[in-house]
Design a protein around this ligand. Structure first.
Ligand SMILES: C[S@@+](CC[C@H](N)C(=O)[O-])C[C@H]1O[C@@H](n2cnc3c(N)ncnc32)[C@H](O)[C@@H]1O
Length: 295
């Protein structure tokens, strides 16, 4: 199995995730984040920048009917379970088009559910048809490989960290299961766009909640590698898989934008540290509260 890109903390494979996962060692991954195809590229329309736009994301998002879609989810989740460590956890993200099937597939594979999280998008696109409620959330299922496993949950950081991007999270209170996080900022699309790119703030929270420094995080549907960028910024290692070369190239650009080109140690670009790495620095120092900057 040839790597598409390799660095000390960021590895990409090109191919069908089921096959690539079969080539990876069992019990080797600490956490998986998966954002599988929603299978909703069926000729419908949505609203983008105030205009009517097709929901077709690409051929990879064309469904093959309920049974075949479910079989696909069962299969990739089976391979994920094999590579996960016994104490490892998996996050699966989706809309109502896919998340229920993913839930069934997780259950069939014997995962143990920990939470479902509502990711509320305060800036979701309006509904053009005016015949339905405006879809403004996605669901994330968080599950453990094994019922008896001892999973990682950084409770204190979730409770006492600064989560200023989220208007629902009050300082010093327990982190709840509804997260208000906006869609990706323009600065996250500096190197190009992925049609279903996730916000860095969402992945940052997931990674900080369920992994520790040095852990290995895998994303079988990496896309633009939002998971990988959030992992590296926060001192974790990343393995990403995608079938599409253009998204892997975008991932490489995002990664290279993160590290100083001329620095062999791959030191992180300070501006990224400033914008996204603060929680990591806090976590490292063991202090979860930041002093407000003097104006
Ligand atoms: C919903 S997108 C993930 C977007 C990603 N979370 C991001 O932030 O950019 C799903 C990705 O899975 C890839 N994909 C679809 N089927 C695949 C398969 N069988 N194996 C690996 N990748 C696949 C697509 O090319 C697409 O980039």
């Amino acid at each position: 199995m040839t790597e598409y890109f390799h660095s000390n903390n960021f590895v990409l494979y090109k191919g069908d995730c089921i096959k690539v996962l079969q080539g990876l060692s069992e019990n080797s991954i600490d956490m998986i984040f998966a954002d599988p195809p929603y299978f909703l590229s069926n000729g419908s329309f949505t609203c983008r920048s105030g205009k009517r736009a097709s929901v077709k994301k690409g051929d990879w998002d064309l469904g093959q009917g309920s049974i075949k879609n479910l079989e696909f989810h069962i299969e990739w989740l089976k391979e994920c379970k094999r590579v996960l460590k016994d104490n490892g956890t998996i996050w699966v993200s989706g809309t109502y088009h896919s998340i229920y099937q993913c839930g069934v597939a997780l259950e069939i594979n014997g995962y143990h559910f920990l939470n479902d999280i509502i990711w509320f998008k305060p800036n979701a696109a309006p509904n053009l048809s005016c015949r339905f409620f405006t879809a403004s959330h996605e669901t994330l299922i968080w599950a453990r490989k094994d019922k008896k496993g001892k999973h990682t949950f950084n409770y204190n950081l979730m409770k006492n960290g600064k989560w200023k991007e989220d208007s629902l999270k009050k300082d010093g209170t327990q982190m709840r299961s509804v997260w208000s996080i906006g869609t990706p900022k323009p600065s996250e699309k500096l190197f190009g766009k992925h049609p279903t790119q996730k916000p860095l703030d969402l992945l940052k929270r997931i990674i900080l909640a369920s992994t520790n420094e040095g852990y290995t995080v895998l994303d079988p549907f990496a896309g633009s590698s939002t998971t990988g960028i959030a992992a590296v910024i926060n001192g974790r290692k990343f393995i990403g898989i995608d079938t599409e070369e253009k998204y892997l190239d975008l991932s490489v650009k995002r990664y290279k934008g993160l590290v100083l080109e001329d620095n062999e140690d791959k030191t992180l670009n300070r501006s990224h540290y400033k914008s996204f790495g603060q929680q990591y620095l806090l976590e490292k120092s063991g202090k979860y509260r930041v002093n407000k900057r003097k104006k």
